[in-house]
Design a protein around this ligand. Sequence first.
Ligand SMILES: NC(=O)c1ccc[n+]([C@@H]2O[C@H](COP(=O)([O-])OP(=O)(O)OC[C@H]3O[C@@H](n4cnc5c(N)ncnc54)[C@H](OP(=O)(O)O)[C@@H]3O)[C@@H](O)[C@H]2O)c1
Length: 314
Amino acid sequence: MTTAVVATSFGGPESLELVETEVPAPGPGKVAISVLAIGVNPIDLKLYGGQMGNDPGSLPMRLGFEAAGVVTAVGPDANGPEGPVSVGDEVIVFRISGAYAGDVVVPASALVRKPVSLDWPQAAGLMLTGATAVHLLTATDVGEGDTVLIHGASGGVGLMAVQLAGLRGARVIATASEHRHGLLEELGAEPVTYGDGLLGRVQALAPDGIDAALDLIGSDEALETSLALVADRDRIATIANFSAGSAGIKVLGGGPGADPGEEIRAGARVPLARHAGDGSLVVHLGATFPLDEVADAHRLVAAGKANGKVILLP
Ligand SMILES: NC(=O)c1ccc[n+]([C@@H]2O[C@H](COP(=O)([O-])OP(=O)(O)OC[C@H]3O[C@@H](n4cnc5c(N)ncnc54)[C@H](OP(=O)(O)O)[C@@H]3O)[C@@H](O)[C@H]2O)c1
């Protein structure tokens, strides 16, 4: 048996409960993992918050797309993207369903080796934001010599996108609250405060124009500023505004009409682990909570006050 988190109704964090559940022996192509850290993402809250549909048939709902831990059992023919899997392997699992648990049984295809230099919380918080950032940068073809505007650059996806755009040789202009500007500067970006006058502040920083824009917020301001600054709409992408397709920009992710980019995101995992392992990509942690304080963890994420990845520890 293991402890898992489920949402028993659609609503806020009060809907979350801990339950005891069976851990089946892994079947063909599957492995069992003892989970040591779990990444929390805003989508986890949206799923039981009703923003992505409210079919009562999906309750009780297991949560969580990413975790890190140790392989405890291996089913027949269990090969990961990096080859055969063995008991004792330290791994990152992404993308899976129901990561909020002490033990999970998952397809071996979801496993990536955890770099030894990464601690468990960093490993658990790397993949969802990192793979999303890779998808954004690939879809907008950001590369050497480009100037890219990133809206919401101080969040989980934003900090990944800032670093990965830098690794691609791009100049990054990054919107964030002022108390986050220091970190963005350390990461090589040029921070600007969002809100009234954003367009003028970005134009002052980049009088020759912006080549690509990434919207991680979904606000009217992010969309309008991007449309005003970037000539080629194929080089504007959003992960948070699912009605923006009518403006001719790219809408990415799991929402209606969006490009899920499954191959790009899955293919990003091994390179992300390599970058994180050699220190060229850093997972910025906000707070960790024991699994039984999951509701408080979600309240922190909902309040937008995490200042980095929120991690659950079973
Ligand atoms: N479609 C997909 O595939 C996909 C994948 C991952 C995430 N998402 C979505 O993308 C969004 C960001 O995810 P995340 O994990 O990065 O969230 P997060 O870590 O909670 O970050 C949210 C950030 O938003 C910033 N912010 C709030 N209001 C803002 C505004 N008006 N303008 C600019 N920045 C603002 C905050 O920055 P300050 O503290 O600096 O104010 C905060 O750091 C969420 O809506 C999430 O659901 C979508």
